[in-house]
Design a protein around this ligand. Sequence first.
Ligand code: FES
Length: 140
Amino acid sequence: MAIRAPFLSTRYGGYYHREVPKEDAELTRVGPGTPCGEYMRRYWQPGTFSDDLKDLPVAVKILGEELVAFRDFSGRVGLVESHCPHQGTSLEFGLVSERGIRCCYNGWLFDVDGAILEMPGEPEDSTYKDRLCHGAYPTH
Ligand code: FES
């Protein structure tokens, strides 16, 4: 790794000071499975202000993950993966419900903990929704 001198010995010397140290991926990568990302996931991360959670979902990006925060009409806060597990529609455009958030495309309803509450279009006796979950994180 190149070492960049913190100071120059000449004025207007920016041209001579262009070399930027290479990225240290161990410290700068925060996605799942990376050393820093796994470390940071041991702690609470600020995502959004509680006051911003009104009747519309809010897209947030935390540690490289695209998520959607919302407060359902019963007052519970949810933080779920952005893309619906059915066909990938962004839940940023979802409909906040009395309980959870509903996908705007085919209407699957997700609870704040990722449980799938409804799957319109599935047969009434289907147990599909009981066997699957959507990615969600606890909030505080
Ligand atoms: S894409 Fe979300 S329910 Fe189908």
